[in-house]
Design a protein around this ligand. Structure first.
Ligand SMILES: *[C@@H]1O[C@H](CO)[C@@H](O)[C@H](O)[C@H]1NC(C)=O
Length: 206
């Protein structure tokens, strides 16, 4: 359950890969029930998604129109409030038995400073629905034990893309990394992947 929720949230981050030209409407569907998987070949000390949040007080319901999220998640990442949090995203495509990198990568140098930026693609589908945004704006994911409350809302995973996606399996690899005041990276990086497919929504083309 907790992994699913986390995965759903992370799909919203995916939209940061995509510019807003809205050429084609896509929906990302997840491959299996587990939703997320651990990254391979990562440095010692790298944590998976459970190293970032505890989702045990969050609930979600699958409905016809999508997933309804409510409750809260609790930050469990052990970093410092003055740290800079960087988000790296990269998209992989499964081709003839191996995961191949694509040209779709993103680096958000200071995730916490743009987490509630209305111009970010994840705002409408995620940040906007954080009920205690005034608190989270400062703490972001940097205060272990802090709680992020959600309004009850239905997540919409459709998005427009100027980049065409092929049929087949994709993996979104997401990494959160923290840097201390001196710019030194902390060893407790977070890394995980979400595998799934892009479905073209029919009847919506520019
Ligand atoms: C879940 O909520 C209960 C009751 O408010 C609280 O005692 C508990 O610490 C919470 N768990 C997490 C992981 O935040």
């Amino acid at each position: 359950m907790s992994q699913q929720l986390f995965g759903i949230w992370q799909l919203l981050i995916l939209m940061a890969f995509i510019d807003n030209s809205m050429e084609i409407n896509y929906e990302f569907t997840m491959e299996d029930e587990r939703i997320t998987s651990d990254c391979q070949d990562e440095a010692a000390g790298t944590l998976n998604i459970d190293g970032l949040f505890d989702w045990s007080n969050a609930t979600f319901e699958m409905a016809e129109e999508g997933v309804t999220l409510s409750g809260s998640k609790t930050v469990v990442w052990d970093i410092q409030p003055s740290d800079r949090v960087e988000l790296l995203g990269s998209l992989y495509y499964f081709d003839r038995g191996t995961w191949q990198p694509t040209t779709l990568n993103m680096v958000i140098k200071d995730f916490c400073s743009v987490m509630f930026d209305k111009n970010q693609v994840w705002y409408d589908a995620y940040s906007k629905h954080i009920a205690n945004s005034a608190d989270v704006k400062d703490s972001c994911y940097r205060v272990k034990g802090s709680v992020i409350h959600f309004e009850t809302y239905t997540i919409n995973l459709e998005f427009g893309s100027g980049v065409p996606f092929q049929k087949g399996r994709y993996a979104i690899r997401l990494k959160f990394r923290a840097f201390d005041k001196n710019g030194k990276i902390r060893s407790n990086e977070i890394c995980f992947e979400i595998k799934g497919h892009f479905l073209k929504k029919s009847g919506w083309m520019k």
